[in-house]
Each structure stands twice: as C-alpha cells, then as structure tokens.
Design a protein around this ligand. Structure first.
Ligand SMILES: [Zn+2]
Ligand SMILES: [Zn+2]
Length: 367
C-alpha cells in the first residue's frame, strides 16, 4: 500500500469470498510507479499496473464480460474503462475519460484502497477484477521474467511498429535506454528493422543500460556533442526515431537524424516547452507523432513476439523485489539510485530479504 507521499507498507486485506480475482504472478515497476509513490496519489492505493497472473475465480457475469476462463494465465491491462461511452463502444477503451489521467481518471495501480477490497493494484498477492477489466491470454510456456515485459513491449509495439511504421529493413534510432527505450529497441528488432541504434546518457547507469541494448542486438551510442555527426557517419539518416526522453536536446537530435519522409515518434515528455524546428520538418517532409499507451492489437502482437522468442529481452536481467522491499526500491529509483536494469519486477510471493514471511498485499501507482 502506498500513501503517495513516499511511504509504502504491507498490510492484510481480504477479498469477499465470491469476488473475481487474479492470483498475481508478477507486477513490473515503471517510472509512473515512482512518481505515484513519491507524490502522485490522491489517496492511498495498491500500486502496480503491469500485472501478470492466473485467473483464480470469476463470477458468471465477470467471466462472460472478460471472456477468459478460470485457470487462464493472463496479462491485465491497466484500463478499467466505463464500457459504454463512444470510445469504449469503438474499442478505444484507452481513451475513455474514466481512465484518462490527464483529466483526473484512474487505472489499475492507483484506484484508492478505501474502495471495496482495496486490492486494485498488481503489488499484492491477489488483484480483484470486475466487468470492465481487460485480460489477454498468455502462453503457458512463457517465462515469468519475459511475461513481465508484456505491457511495456506492447506500448513499444504501438509506438515503434504501428505509429513509427517500422518494418523489415527499416533503420531506427531509439533515444533513451530506459524501460520503454529497451522495449522499443526490442519491438524494432522483432519487427525486422535492419539497424536499431539506442542512444543513452554518458553516466554509469546509462552505460549499463546501453550494455543491455547491445546484448539484445542493437547498436549503441552515448550522447555527447559529436553524437549527430557520428551517427550520420556510421548509420546514415534513419527512417524512424522514437524519442522516449522528449527534451530540447533529444528532439533536435531526432530531427537531425531523420531522412526525408522520416517519422519522429514522441514517446517521452521531459516537461516544459520543447522547440521543434519547423524548417527542418518541412524541408525533410517529416511526420511527427505523439503516442500514449497502446491499442489492444499491440498487446496481442507483443504476446506473439514474446512467445516466438524474437525480442532479445531475455538477455536483460530481471531485478526481483519482494513486497516488503517495494518502498526501498521506489525510494532508490526516485533518487536515481535504483538498479541498473530497468526490468524491476515485484513478486508478491517472494520472501523478503531478511527471510521473514510474506504477508498479504501491496504498494501503489499509475500515471
Ligand atoms: Zn507503467
Ligand atoms: Zn468509456
């Protein structure tokens, strides 16, 4: 359970006997969790919005609504939409006002714990689900560590393959080697790109994360004053840039790297105003696309790619976290002292580091 002011604790919550539920297998942590934990929750909540698990119990109504049977291994999308607005009826539930964080909506991993069982996030042994949860079936043979990549990779599929138009033979630069940057590199590689270059900062953790990108099969570059000239000399202009940082420097780099008719995908926001040079956009006939979240087809494609073993993500180490260690992990991430690997996965059944028993329940989060 997170209070949204930097504190997280473990407490016991009980589900009604008849309630529909997922037995959580893992809950991957992202930057959104760090923000929610530190300052982003209005009321305490169980964090965790990248949830993998197995359906343990369903009421007949929920079973009919979610379309999977008890015993199915699933990934749970964080969107719990209204189900009846224009967007929901068109299948675009990610744009439903109920789940739009820009207008005060909420999602799995940030729903207040004073509502019902309180078990509305992935950082717990069980996640309560209802009529409007979205579940996708996962292959039984997929390892826990790879399965935990499903939603970040699904975002990356949406941003890189769908919005970025990356396909066989494409040349791609991914700016930022974080959780989504590595996922975008994985999507581009799995999508058949011939050149994938990941750009990262000149720091200890930047170097470690670029090392993971290299292990996945991507080329790597460190940002410095000579970056653009060096990249143009080594790789030529590229078809697509996915900018997961979104700062003035990275956007300028992105437009300089793109070839005629290239696509700039803005997948990160660093805050504040960022100048984009309209002359360069016009001269090179560039397309600039904003992205957020992912369409359901991207989740299905991500699951296929993981199942086929084509992402390279198995080479990125997993940093496992017990529920008791979530606070320390999120605080470390908030001050830049987190693990080098961005694949930080809460295992609610993992004994805490001092060997004590794991008791019930949670943490907080979602953006
Ligand atoms: Zn996330
Ligand atoms: Zn809706």
């Amino acid at each position: 359970m997170s209070d949204g002011a930097g504190h997280t604790h473990v407490e016991e919550r009980r589900l009604d006997e008849a309630s529909s539920r997922i037995r959580v297998e893992s809950s991957a942590v992202c930057g959104t969790d760090v923000m929610l934990h530190a300052r982003g929750l209005r009321r305490p909540a169980v964090l965790g919005h990248h949830t993998i698990g197995r359906v343990e119990q369903l009421t007949p109504e929920v079973e009919a609504a979610v379309g999977v049977a008890v015993g199915t291994r699933v990934v749970v999308e964080e969107y719990v939409a209204c189900g009846h607005c224009e967007e929901c009826r068109a299948g675009d539930y990610r744009f439903c006002a109920t789940v739009d964080l820009w207008t005060g909506g909420e999602r799995v991993g940030m729903i207040p714990a004073d509502r019902g069982s309180g078990l509305h996030g992935g950082n717990a042994e069980y996640l309560e689900i209802g009529l409007h949860h979205v579940l996708h079936r996962l292959p039984e043979g997929l390892s826990v560590d790879l399965a935990a990549w499903t939603l970040p990779l699904a975002n990356a599929v949406d941003w890189t393959l769908f919005a970025g138009g990356v396909g066989p033979g494409a040349t791609v630069a991914v700016i930022g080697p974080g959780y989504h940057g590595l996922s975008c590199a994985a999507a581009a590689l799995a999508g058949g790109a011939s050149t994938v270059v990941v750009v990262g900062p000149d720091s200890e953790s930047g170097a470690a994360r670029l090392g993971f990108a290299e292990g996945m099969g991507a080329s790597i570059e460190t940002s410095d004053d000579g970056l653009v000239d060096r990249m143009l000399a080594r790789y030529g202009e590229v078809d697509t840039v996915v900018d997961t940082v979104g700062s003035p420097q990275t956007m300028a780099t992105a437009t300089a790297l793109l070839k005629r008719f290239g696509v700039l995908v803005i997948a990160g926001l660093s805050g504040g105003d960022v100048p984009l040079d309209p002359t360069l956009i016009v001269r090179k006939l560039l397309t600039v696309k904003g992205v957020r979240g992912r369409a359901p087809q991207a989740v299905r494609r991500a699951i296929e790619l993981l199942g086929e073993g084509r992402t390279g993500l198995e080479s990125v180490p997993t940093h496992p976290v017990a529920l008791e260690d979530v606070e320390a992990t999120l605080n470390a991430m908030n001050t830049g002292r987190g693990p080098h690997s961005p694949h930080i996965v809460v295992d609610p059944w993992r004994p805490c580091h001092d060997g004590g028993p794991t008791t019930h329940s949670s943490e907080g989060e979602d953006r």
